[in-house]
Write a protein that binds this ligand. Structure first.
Ligand SMILES: Nc1ncnc2c1ncn2[C@@H]1O[C@H](COP(=O)(O)OP(=O)(O)OP(=O)(O)O)[C@@H](O)[C@H]1O
Ligand SMILES: [Mg+2]
Length: 257
């Protein structure tokens, strides 16, 4: 599904404080855009501003030329979102199946013009199969699942109305090392038919599927193809001395001396 996301001179923050200021880029899908940056650099703020969940102070967000700036309802027709933290109503008794089908019905009621063919059950089944969540978990409470299984359910929820864009905020963080490879591969496959934006702290797992990287540290940013962006010079600008070169590769390490 071809789709174009344009961001023009975006500024967003909290109260008087701007976290992002003067950010402009455009990206076409399908493909995967990684958003990298240290803690507090504004990755979540950016996604929330793109989705209109946080109203930008300045600038515009356009999808296929339609202005969705500060309009979360319009944005939700185009974008499926996996938030970084999901615990709004902890232990609220909802099964995986209910979570996914409720999301489908929500979008169908709100956006009858969306082409949600195939029906609710079929769409839910397809979304759960895409993320490889085994059928024996579908009718269990969301809170009985492991963190990694719950993350897959949340991705299925974002997928069920078949939006052309997916935004996932650190989708691999609750997942164990083996599961991360598998999930990164699933997300990579999704990027062959959708525009996928993922934030992450480790660019390597998504690298085989990545068409562009946005390296962000508040109002400072660099965007381009992975080889252009992932240089020691650029990473040092954003991560300081945590960016190191080992042989021909650059790394971002947890602690460096
Ligand atoms: N609801 C809020 N109210 C006030 N300030 C906030 C709020 N959310 C985030 N901030 C601040 O905005 C800045 C950017 O935070 P943000 O969550 O966007 O960073 P991030 O890059 O997603 O970090 P992480 O890697 O830890 O998820 C931080 O200084 C943070 O303290
Ligand atoms: Mg974040």
């Amino acid at each position: 599904m071809r789709v174009r996301l344009e961001v023009e001179d975006l500024a967003a923050g909290y109260g008087e404080e701007l976290v992002i200021d003067g950010l402009s880029f455009s990206v076409e899908g399908p493909g995967l855009l990684q958003i990298l940056g240290p803690n507090g650099s504004g990755k979540t703020t950016l996604l929330r501003a793109l989705l209109g969940l946080l109203r930008p102070v300045r600038g515009r967000v356009l999808v296929n030329g339609e202005d969705i700036t500060g309009r979360p309802e319009e944005a939700s027709a185009y974008v499926g979102y996996v938030p970084q933290h999901f615990a709004p109503e902890r232990h609220y008794p909802i099964t995986v199946w209910e979570l996914i089908t409720n999301s489908y019905m929500f979008h169908k009621r709100r956006w009858p013009r969306l082409d949600l063919d195939g029906g609710c059950r079929e769409a839910a089944r397809k979304a759960l199969e895409v993320v490889d969540l085994p059928p024996d978990t579908w009718h269990r409470s969301l809170w009985e699942l492991s963190g990694g299984q719950r993350q897959r359910a949340l991705i299925a929820r974002a997928l069920v109305h078949d939006p052309p864009i997916l935004m996932m905020d650190e989708p691999l963080s609750p997942v164990d090392p083996v599961g991360r490879y598998e999930l990164a591969e699933h997300i990579g496959k999704l990027a062959s038919s959708k525009l996928v934006l993922v934030t992450s702290h480790d660019p390597t797992l998504f690298l085989p599927y990545t068409k562009a990287i946005l390296l962000l540290n508040r109002s400072f940013y660099i965007m381009g193809e992975p080889d252009e962006v992932l240089t020691l010079d650029n990473l040092t600008k954003v991560y300081g001395s945590s960016a190191i070169a080992i042989k021909d590769h650059v790394h971002i390490c947890d602690s460096c001396r």
